[in-house]
Design a protein around this ligand. Structure first.
Ligand code: SAM
Length: 280
């Protein structure tokens, strides 16, 4: 940023809001590294969620063809005008990204796009889930999240970090941590360290699978982590014990398995079998 954040905020008489997850980045080398790890090129349209004072937006604007940035806090409008106003390829929208229609949003991005964001921590999972489940033209998502959340995103089955969100990611692609970022890099510094996770969407992964039905089964599978999957299927999907056991056996999954031991592939296979046993 041209002007240090401190002066920028003073000049605009702004104090940062904890409720909006306003922990800002200022280190230009770090910001450039995030853009580099996200693989942004001059052909890319980028969606940034939570532009703050525009530090990441500037780095994105230097590399991308087009940047659409969402910011919930309208107080930041004059700051962003000062920091990113000079870039003709940036469009700022002052709105809660969760309230925006995804169809409209994707229309304005005009085709394939990447998400690059230092996400507000209070709403990380809902944002990531919404785009994973509903975005049609998203090719990758590189997001700064709390380190423990990053561990969950790329966890292996049967580990304590593995959860419904890991499966949701693996149904669309795969996640890896590309950068670790210590808490001191933020203003103000949060209580935990962070990491940038890159989720690459694999086009056509599980093509033909009814992902909505798979997600219902994943939800049931993780509803009571301590219970065996067979019981979660009976309770969550209103299957009889006989139906649940048959579906598991036909999918090649042990009757004693817990939901947290199943891969995304296992969940897709199980869903097909559940559909079949339900239909008699
Ligand atoms: N990108 C900036 C940076 O890296 O310095 C700011 C990142 S800060 C962690 C998150 C930003 O998201 C804040 O500016 C906050 O106001 C904004 N924000 C919070 N909730 C939002 C929402 N629902 N929609 C859009 N922006 C949101």
């Amino acid at each position: 940023m041209e002007k240090p954040l401190k002066y920028l905020l003073e000049e605009h008489k702004l104090t940062l809001k904890k409720a909006f997850g306003q922990n800002f980045l200022t280190d230009e080398n770090l910001l450039a590294e995030i853009v580099e790890k996200a693989g942004v090129t001059e052909n890319d349209a980028v969606l940034e969620i939570g532009c703050g004072a525009g530090a990441l937006t500037r780095e994105l604007a230097k590399k991308a063809k087009k940047v659409i940035g969402y910011e919930i806090d309208k107080r930041l409008a004059p700051v962003l005008k000062e920091t990113v106003g000079e870039f003709g390829n940036v469009e700022m929208i002052f709105k809660d990204v969760m309230q925006e229609s995804l169809t409209d949003l994707e229309k304005s991005l005009g085709g394939e796009y990447k998400i690059v964001a230092n996400l507000p921590y209070y709403i990380t999972t809902p944002i990531v889930m919404r785009f994973l489940e509903n975005a049609a033209n998203l090719t990758s998502m590189s997001v700064m999240v709390q380190e423990e959340v990053a561990d969950r995103f790329s966890a292996l089955p049967a580990t304590s970090d593995y959860g419904a969100i890991t499966v949701a990611i693996n149904l669309r692609g795969a996640a890896r941590t590309v950068l670790k970022v210590p808490r001191e890099k933020f203003t103000p510094a949060p209580n935990v360290d962070s990491a940038v996770v890159r989720i690459d969407i694999e086009k056509g992964k599980f093509a033909g699978a009814d992902l909505k039905a798979v997600r219902d089964i994943v939800r049931a599978g993780f509803s009571s982590r301590r219970k065996m999957l067979v019981n979660n299927l009976i309770n969550g999907l209103r299957l009889t014990r006989e139906q649940a056991e048959r579906a598991l056996t036909e999918a090649g999954i042990p009757l004693t398995a817990r939901g947290e031991t199943l891969s995304a592939e296992n969940y897709v296979r199980l869903t097909e079998r559940v559909k079949q046993v339900k239909n008699g």
